[in-house]
Write a new protein. Structure first.
Lengths: 112, 114
């Protein structure tokens, strides 16, 4: 079983729509969760971090965490073509010395 | 210069060459990391240095040799690589203080082994 799992996509949404990216994790000891955006040929860029159950909003981005279901998601409102990228979900667990475990990423394509 | 920098940005080498990748962080962090990113695969953690000591070596072949002379610099020495080692090599840094262990990445070195 993959420790952090994401659908690889591609996920295609029209411009202006809400893009919903999902991630599940297997380690119940995971305590910190991160969403990174990676444009093709570039390095990952941190978008959001979330540590507590519930929602965390930052501009057009909302991260949602449900530790009981071991599920974390990222919503992108009013999607723009510039949001087209691969989105990486990552989790850290103090049981593993704080090592950051990445999912394989979901490719998002926003069509004008 | 701010953030995490890496040099070179692109590297082409033969299997018999020896080369080194360099990473420098300007964030005052106390931990540095090397990752390998191959096409369509998750980021693979290679090495972790915390307070200049190697705290993790993720079963990486000995043809990869890390060096961390101080908390701001990290090197990855390469020798007798194989074509399957071609990938994007990413350096990251973080401040390991409880929860605030967010990792920030450098731009990466695109390595091609012929």
């Amino acid at each position: 079983q993959k420790e952090v799992e994401q659908n690889s996509g591609p996920l295609s949404v029209p411009e202006g729509a809400i893009a919903s990216l999902n991630c599940t994790y297997s380690d119940r000891g995971s305590q910190s969760f991160f969403w990174y955006r990676q444009y093709s040929g570039k390095s990952p860029e941190l978008i959001m971090s979330i540590y507590s159950n519930g929602d965390k909003e930052d501009g057009r981005f909302t991260a949602q965490l449900n530790k009981a279901s071991q599920y974390v998601s990222l919503l992108i409102r009013d999607s723009q073509p510039s949001d087209s990228a691969t989105y990486l979900c990552a989790a850290t667990s103090y049981n593993q010395g704080g090592k950051l475990i990445f999912g394989q990423g979901t490719e998002l394509s926003v069509k004008p | 210069e701010t953030g995490v920098t890496q040099t070179p940005r692109h590297l082409v080498m033969g299997m018999t060459n020896k080369k080194s990748l360099k990473c420098e962080q300007h964030l005052g962090h106390n931990a540095m990391y090397w990752y390998k990113q191959s096409a369509k695969k998750p980021l693979e953690l290679m090495f972790v240095y915390s307070l200049e000591e190697r705290v993790e070596n993720n079963s990486v072949p000995s043809r990869f040799s890390p060096e961390c002379p101080n908390s701001s610099h990290l090197f990855l020495h390469l020798h007798t690589l194989q074509p399957e080692d071609s990938a994007l090599y990413l350096c990251a840094s973080s401040q390991t203080s409880g929860r605030t262990d967010t990792q920030y990445f450098g731009p990466g070195t695109r390595l091609t082994v012929l």
